[in-house]
Design a protein around this ligand. Structure first.
Ligand SMILES: [Zn+2]
Length: 229
């Protein structure tokens, strides 16, 4: 890495933290199941607003054709000995990247909250074959900032949302295919539909997703998740 280490940028009004482009800083996850929100970006006001759909109401922004944005907020510890949780807002690509890493660690019996990571603000590869702004993680060989006894339990119901299953097809891909759920397709037509939705995806990867997500000629997105025992 040729980037300099920096401090997290802290909000003046809340416990939110973030990094500017190409900045790097360390943190430990307080929990691995993020808070998920749908939002819209109003460019004229340079402001995020809530998407009313998540409250089961009609959303004026959706109606006007504004794109929905996923926000996944993670709780992190940002310095040794400081038990205050700070909040890092991430997009779907970063969230997918985090969850993939957590799955690998959990498969190796490592608690993802027991690891200090280096976070770098940069362009990351998305599972749909593109690039997006996000946070890349690198595992550091470092003593944890906050010991387990002072953290939320990984066995709480909230945490289990993540701990009990893993995505075999990335969540970002599954969300892109949501409209096809339950529809009849031949394998080749489903492959073509995936390529149409995500043109940058490699043929080999698209084929793998097609095979994974079809059952008896019907698209079944539930197959994207497998549950741990
Ligand atoms: Zn909306």
């Amino acid at each position: 890495m040729n980037t300099k280490h920096s401090e997290w940028i802290k909000s003046q009004r809340s416990a939110r933290v973030w990094l500017a482009d190409s900045m790097t800083a360390e943190a430990q996850f307080a929990f691995i199941s993020p808070l998920h929100r749908l939002q819209h970006w109003i460019s004229s006001k340079r402001k995020q607003v809530m998407c009313w759909q998540q409250k089961g109401k009609e959303c004026i922004y959706c109606k006007n054709g504004l794109r929905q944005q996923h926000d996944f907020t993670y709780g992190i510890f940002i310095e040794r000995g400081n038990e205050n949780v700070f909040y890092l807002s991430t997009n779907l690509s970063t969230h997918s990247h985090f969850q993939r890493l957590f799955s690998e660690l959990l498969d190796n019996n490592v608690n993802p909250c027991d690891v200090v990571f280096s976070f770098e603000r940069k362009k990351i590869a998305t599972p749909t074959g593109g690039l997006a702004n996000g946070y890349a993680l690198e595992q550091m060989d470092q003593e944890v900032f906050v010991a387990e006894v002072f953290r939320p339990s990984l066995d709480s119901n909230f945490q289990n949302q993540v701990k009990n299953f893993k995505w075999t097809v990335p969540e970002e891909v599954v969300r892109k295919l949501a409209d096809l759920e339950g529809k009849p397709f031949t394998l080749i037509d489903f492959f073509l539909a995936i390529k149409k939705t995500m043109p940058k995806l490699k043929d080999k990867t698209a084929k793998k997703y097609a095979v994974a997500l079809i059952e008896n000629g019907i698209v079944d997105l539930r197959k994207a998740r497998i549950f741990r025992k």
